[in-house]
Ligand binder design. Structure first.
Ligand code: RUQ
Ligand code: CUA
Length: 658
């Protein structure tokens, strides 16, 4: 009991420090008046930013792209949440993207954008992001800035430790935050936690050419709470390191009960070895139900397939597959420096930042330097793997990124600052306050073999007094910090959508050159496309009416449609005939219980509409596309059920009364 109350006090104390340091620090703000800082973030009108930053939208479920150094918001890319702004998740073509084994799930919580890598470097092809709540991983295509694929993860709950990329994007890896009974064994007492609740580390194979994802295997690991991971690089290429907390395996009041042990673990996994075992036919197929959703750029449509099983390896059965490294205390993540030799863990309740050596780890394994085992899995001796500790770094270390010049930058949640330290000597070089309560930070390329450096971006949890107040809910915020000198220098605060949980930042040139400007009409394979006005038509089959509509500046064809009856399901398939950059058309119908469509040039999108009453229903283009945009409109006539008004459609005819 005594121990519990001490821990509670410690945690309450940490919270208080966070708030106190946050409010006090608010007075500084020197950068806002610094002309030099203003010059460094000023991007003249018409000029482009130097970098793209892709930040998760946190509980918005989306990704947002910003220009750096200006901090200008360029685009919100819908991923796990419906987006009425462009019809994602509302149109018939994109609804299947949000299908899961639980049915249609129109929201999630995104945390960790991960750029695809070639030879350990960000290659600008794809961006992966996790859905935390209903475990999913999405892949975005950075040529189109569209979500192309969403894969649900079975046997997992709280897909937080995700997604992490191996050095050549061989795998995207995720693990469970909440250990749960495996899918085959569902109705289990929570009291059976220690026996029956398991972690499942998921290894998703990524096709080199198409980016297509498939679950290669899952490793059944002990029922802990898994936290962030990073794959090795260079010498440590074959390994991936996970952190875990709650090695106490508590299932109630985790705040206290999962903070008992002095050290939890880094779990080092030899993924190369796991891959070999699976190739040899080891492991077993376990029943699992999960959705695999794929968007096709040619049909402009998504399909959802339900998968039925997954290959699982129980790590207990394969010695040498994983090792534990003790790590203080409730570690929240592990980061691998550019050379792949040192890995750095951050215990959110720890007083030091431990830096481990990969070489020493291999040596310790070789010489069986074990301090014991957990469930048969060897636990290496802390000191045999440790290279050294960063002493007195600050309070609440969370995440570390690197600048490629031998320095590391660690975010400190509780003391609300970034600490710069030297990787080889572990001495602290500088610290800078963040406003407030920083979570992740992002150095461009900061988790890759060759960081671009130049900036570190603080991704904060709280803004308090930093912006004009907007009622109880305040904007979320990031901060841009110059790291070119010995001392870090705050340049800019900029608001973000949702919570900018984590971001990855990449030189613009790697993305810009591949950017798609429009979709070729002749490559449009959507079965409902009308590729010219001549093909525009309306077809009835029972109570289903398909409208094949075209859009071009500045009319929709057809624009007068009669003979729809109440009780019909109307599918309006709009094809944008434009073949030019930046000419989308929009589409909306009065009273439709749906969002608009925003149709890119060459694309087809479908709005489903069930008219709820008889009458005249105007429809129009919602995107201001030309001087005669206001004229881009038309009418539906909806008659009573069973009416004998013939189905007709027109364009360019002044109808006579019927
Ligand atoms: S975890 S703030 Cu959700 Cu990314 Cu450390
Ligand atoms: Cu098309 Cu406005």
């Amino acid at each position: 009991m005594k121990r519990i109350s001490q821990t509670t006090l410690l945690l309450a104390g940490l919270g208080a420090i966070a708030i106190a340091s946050g409010c006090k620090a608010g007075k500084t703000g020197q950068a806002a008046t610094d002309e030099d800082a203003a010059k460094k973030v000023y991007v003249a009108p018409g000029k482009h930013d130097e970098l793209y930053m892709f930040a998760s939208g946190g509980f918005s479920g989306q990704i947002a792209a910003y220009g750096i150094p200006s901090g200008r918001l360029l685009k919100v890319i819908p991923v796990f949440s419906q987006n009425p702004e462009n019809g994602y998740g509302y149109s018939e073509e994109t609804k299947p993207m949000l299908n899961t084994s639980h049915g249609f799930v129109p929201w999630d919580d995104t945390h960790h954008p991960e750029l695809s890598k070639t030879n350990g470097e960000d290659d600008g092809r794809w961006l992966f992001i996790n859905g935390n709540n209903t475990p999913r991983i999405a892949r975005l295509n950075l040529a189109t800035f569209k979500t192309e694929e969403i894969l649900e993860l079975p046997n997992v709950a709280g897909n937080h430790a995700s997604p992490f990329c191996t050095e050549n994007t061989e795998y995207i890896v995720g693990n469970t935050r909440f250990s749960v009974p495996l899918d085959g064994d569902k109705d289990v007492s929570i009291g059976d936690f220690k026996k029956k609740f398991k972690g499942a580390a998921t290894f998703i194979k990524v096709d080199k050419n198409t980016g297509r994802m498939n679950i290669a295997f899952q490793l059944i690991v002990p029922g802990f709470n898994y936290d962030l991971a990073h794959a090795g690089k260079g010498p440590s290429h074959d390994w991936i390191f996970f952190t875990c907390y709650n090695t106490e395996q508590a299932n109630t009041l985790l705040e206290v009960n999962a903070s008992q042990r002095d050290k939890d673990f880094i779990m080092a996994v030899n993924w190369k070895k796991a891959e070999e075992l699976v190739a040899q036919g080891k492991g077993h197929k376990a029943p699992a139900k999960y959705a695999h959703n794929l968007y096709n750029e040619r049909t402009h449509s998504a399909t959802s397939t339900m998968e039925n099983d997954v290959t699982m390896l129980d790590v207990k059965d394969y010695p040498g597959l994983i090792y534990y490294i003790p790590c203080p205390k409730s570690p929240h993540g592990v980061d691998v420096e550019p050379n792949g030799e040192y890995f750095v863990a951050s215990g959110k309740l720890a007083a030091v930042i431990p830096v481990f050596s990969f070489k020493k780890m291999l040596g310790a394994i070789d010489q069986k330097q074990f301090e014991g085992d957990f469930d048969g899995i060897p636990v290496l001796k802390y000191n045999t793997v440790l290279e050294g500790e960063v002493q007195k770094p600050g309070l609440g270390p969370l995440h570390t990124e690197f600048d490629g010049k031998g320095y590391a930058y660690t975010s400190m949640f509780v003391s609300s600052e970034i600490v710069k330290w030297k990787v080889d000597t572990r001495e602290i070089i500088d610290r800078i306050p963040t406003y407030y309560s920083i979570g992740h930070l992002s150095v461009p390329g900061g988790d890759s073999r060759h960081p671009y450096g130049k900036y570190v971006i603080a991704l904060n949890k709280i803004t308090k007094d930093r912006y004009l107040p907007t009622g109880p809910e305040l904007t979320q915020s990031a901060q841009l910090i110059d790291i070119t000198g010995n001392k870090m220098k705050l340049l800019l605060d900029f608001p973000t959508i949702g919570e900018p949980h984590y971001a990855q930042t990449i030189p613009a040139e790697k993305i810009e050159k591949n950017s798609v400007k429009f979709f070729k009409l002749e490559e449009n394979d959507n079965p409902y496309a009308a590729k010219s006005e001549k093909e525009a038509r309306v077809v009835r089959k029972g109570n289903r009416v398909d409208v094949y509509m075209t859009a071009i500046r500045s009319h929709l064809a057809p624009d007068n449609i009669e003979g729809i009856n109440q009780g019909d399901d109307v599918y309006v398939h709009v094809t944008n005939l434009e073949q030019d950059w930046d000419v989308p058309h929009g589409f909306a119908i009065k009273g439709s219980n749906n969002s608009e469509l925003l149709i890119m040039p060459g694309e087809t999108a479908t709005l489903k509409w069930a008219p709820d009453r008889t009458g005249i229903f105007p429809f129009y283009c919602t995107d201001f596309c030309s001087a005669l945009h206001q004229e881009m409109s038309g009418y539906f006539r909806v008659s009573p059920k069973g009416s004998n008004v013939p189905l007709t459609f027109h364009l360019g005819e002044n109808l006579a009364a019927r």
